[in-house]
Design a protein around this ligand. Structure first.
Ligand SMILES: [Zn+2]
Ligand SMILES: [Zn+2]
Length: 454
């Protein structure tokens, strides 16, 4: 089938191969999504319809009470004998994986995750490793990982994106979702508006490093994000319909990872900030905030860098000198200082990607100089940082570094090194390529200090 010309409801992208002008076939291997009032009741029907006999349910103590218990009851009354694991190793790391494998019944043929981010990430990865299909029952909508084809877990103390598979069925009962903490819904909203920066980062990557581009996916993600931006008031009023819309938009943006083949359209510098804070959170044994909240702050920061760059008159000669003088040893020392026990993975990534290789850097500078007028135009058309900050503030979502406990020195390090977590072109890489990240980040931090926001 041909890829649709205009954005469609999320269901129309599921389990169908869509041939696109961009040269790719877009495919999201999800069989069904049911976001509705009373959707939990449909679980046994899906299990039976797809021919499964022995479900293995993963949840934690809290999600068991919220929906896991009900899933267990519904499956039992439909004649299934589900086995429930209430996960105790909540580091979502090697130990959690071990617990899941140890408790898996030999005859189980389906895994069902009941929860939000971490549980469903662990579900997609562990079921993939065990060669079993999986279903997701969402208890809140704090991020867009539900429909992803990858799974995030902690490996060697670093958040790692693991190969996984998509969940076959996603159930979101609006009666359950509406009673999820408001904070969670707002975090989900923030993970959506983060795409305002992520899409711009993608455009930069297309222009500067020749990344692949798909106009239809771009427009699709943009349409869902714009729609949800217009529903901020209804979300604030905790309208169940609007909360269902947030969930649906998160499922679409998450599914676009499968559709597109990578998270390129939906994750940029704002997510790199969040990844870096996750590393630090892991090391101090306590996360700074929920994923979506970190991404909210990250998006305001990334859009601030966009604005600074849009006003810049780059000195390309100076930038070229900086590229030629790149000091790998000093870079590595700084990575060891800032990433601590997660630095090996960052250094390995640099070895394989050569992000800071002066030859590639100089090549990028040639492209940037040649296309500066167009780049500036792109930067000028991005959503204004202060407008987004005001919107998030009004909703009660963290928007300043201070709101999530990020100090001035941590913020400075984040601006300087967070781009090293991924080999992906973003506005931060652009600022670094131009040799202005140090000056720009100082200026942004000074502004934040004046507002008592860091
Ligand atoms: Zn996210
Ligand atoms: Zn395409």
């Amino acid at each position: 089938m041909k890829m649709y010309d205009t954005p469609q409801p999320v269901e129309r992208y599921l389990n169908v191969e869509l041939e696109c002008d961009c040269g790719r076939v877009h495919y999201a291997p999800i069989k069904a999504i049911n976001i509705s009032k009373g959707a939990l009741e449909s679980l046994p029907g899906y299990v039976a319809e797809y021919g499964y006999k022995k479900p293995y349910i993963l949840c934690d103590r809290i999600t068991y009470e919220i929906a896991g218990k009900r899933c267990e009851e519904l499956l039992k009354s439909a004649g299934f004998q589900p086995v429930v694991l209430i996960i105790r190793h909540l580091g979502f790391d090697e130990a959690t994986l071990g617990e899941i494998v140890l408790n898996k019944p030999d005859d189980c043929d389906l895994m069902i995750g009941v929860g939000t981010g971490s549980i469903t990430d662990m579900l997609r990865f562990s079921s993939f490793k065990l060669g079993l299909p999986c279903f997701t029952v969402a208890t809140g909508a704090p991020m867009d990982g539900f429909s992803a084809s990858v799974g995030i877990m902690n490996v060697n103390n670093l958040k790692a994106t693991m190969p996984a598979h998509s969940t076959e069925v996603i159930i979101g009962d609006t009666d359950v979702l509406k009673s999820a903490p408001y904070r969670m819904t707002i975090a989900g909203f923030a993970d959506l508006v983060a795409k305002l920066n992520a899409l711009n980062d993608w455009h930069l990557g297309v222009l500067i490093t020749g990344d692949h581009y798909c106009k239809k996916i771009d427009e699709l993600v943009k349409a869902y994000v714009n729609d949800i931006l217009g529903k901020a008031e209804a979300i604030k009023a905790r309208d169940p319909k609007a909360i269902g819309d947030v969930m649906n938009a998160l499922l679409l943006t998450g599914a676009s990872i499968s559709l597109y083949g990578s998270s390129r359209p939906i994750s940029g510098a704002e997510h790199h900030m969040s990844h870096y804070w996750e590393v630090l959170g892991e090391q101090r044994g306590k996360p700074f905030a929920m994923h979506g909240e970190q991404v909210a702050v990250g998006t305001v920061m990334a859009l601030s860098v966009v604005e600074e760059l849009s006003r810049l008159q780059p000195d390309f000669q100076k930038a070229r000198e900086a590229a030629k003088q790149f000091d790998y040893a000093a870079w590595e020392t700084n990575i060891r200082r800032t990433y601590g026990n997660a630095s090996d993975a960052i250094i390995d990534l640099e070895k394989s990607s050569g992000k800071n290789d002066p030859v590639l850097w100089l090549k990028r500078l040639d492209v940037i100089e040649e296309n500066w007028a167009e780049i500036r135009k792109m930067l000028n058309s991005v959503y204004p940082a202060q407008k987004l900050r005001a919107l998030l503030k009004d909703l009660g979502c963290p928007c300043d570094p201070k709101d999530i406990g990020i100090t001035e020195s941590v913020l400075k390090d984040t601006f300087m090194v967070c781009k090293e977590t991924r080999a992906r072109y973003t506005v931060y890489q652009l600022a670094c390529d131009l040799g202005v990240m140090d000056v720009i980040s100082d200026k942004i931090i000074a502004g934040l200090k004046q507002q008592n926001a860091v």
